[in-house]
Design a protein around this ligand. Sequence first.
Ligand code: ZN
Length: 469
Amino acid sequence: MGRVLLLGLDGSSLNIIQPLIEKFNLKNLKQVIVGGLSGPLESVIPYVTPPGWASVFSGVNPGKHGCFDIFNFNGLGTHVTNMRESKVQFLWDYLSKAGFKVVVLGMPFTHPAAEVNGVFVTGYPAPISAYPKELKSRMKREGYTTDIPKMGDENGLSRERWVEKVVTLASARAEISLKIMDEEKWDAFILIENITDMTQHLVMEDQELLGKVYAEIDSLVGRLLGRMMDDDIMMITSDHGGRSSTRSFVLNQWLWENGYLTPKESIMKGLFKRASNGLDEFLGNRAVKRSLSGTVRSLTKPLVSFLAPFIVSSLFDKSTKAFSIGTNESVAWVKLLPDDEVEKERVKQEIKNRLKMLKTEDGNPVFKSVTEPSEVYHGPRVEDAPGDIIVESDGGLLITNWGASDKGFFTSPPPAREGIHSPTGVFIAYGKTVSPGKVSAHVCDITPTILHTLGIPIPSGLDGKVIKI
Ligand SMILES: [Zn+2]
């Protein structure tokens, strides 16, 4: 039986990859797409990194694994989502228990490293943690980093220099990862690379710069192909996709102008007048690393600039009934404040109906869906969802929580948001035993598919199904 090599490309999708293939001669990506099984990979809601990868590697929806967004929000306690805090089993747990050897490198939002039958190294935005522990110093010495260069021009980096810098980081990660691949015995090799997502956020509209990043990915795919043995199967999977961002909708402003939210004077001056860049401020923040590594469990001062919107009940006037929280993507949460359950339900249905009826200037609905957690998720963790209403937009409309707009609720996307996440990523399977063709799959399908490929019985309770490859 063959082995499985899985390359995780954060925020990648066929709509990004395909136009680059001919233009930049990405021959290895072309080989696996044309010669393999490929197609769109549907993500979970919200389509952001922690719930996306958690579903890829657990085979279950967020209602079961409990990773709902980049942050966990309960009352006034906020901390960064950590997949290690989930109670579910992940692919590497199933594989290790079945006696299979695994190498997992660059797993995002995970800390500390999982103890597996093999090797495990954490990825962004956590600090480096390795199993076995001795590996950590070597990873550092050989240039492996989970750091994310700051997006945008604020620190003086031009877009070109920024792309060069992330490509250099990815190249160093590839080098050490392939060395470990060669040294270790493994049945499943998993490597996650995130420059694909950072790049789509920053330079989605610049084919030349996207091409430089995907040339690095193409070279990595080529080196992985060169390491495949006869019956091995390579899979490429994303956690969500990417698409161009057209404009933003300021949800808290809508709640404010419709009488659900009254910010205190100081807050109006601060948060409403400043369009938050969100991800940039968040992922580059050292406090995030500290939160993930357990040094800091609750909100700390450096995080306030980004996370303030998430803990603002103390910042609003008492009459406030609802406010929005989220990650500056296409999905936001509305958190309801009334203690009285009857009143809370009334406000919830009222806000849901009004948001559903909201139309653009062209007469189209602004939002693709306005739902609540019990309609979207199933499982024991549904009640841990960060909000009471889930608002999802379509067509590249970003939902931001804050940002002044004199022209109504719509405004331009914040900086470093040429691209935002889309619900549709990419799945590719390639190998001598894989029949070429097209397929549509779901992030929850990846774990059962890998278990099946390696001949391991599928545990009960998974939400995904085996992809026929
Ligand atoms: Zn992601």
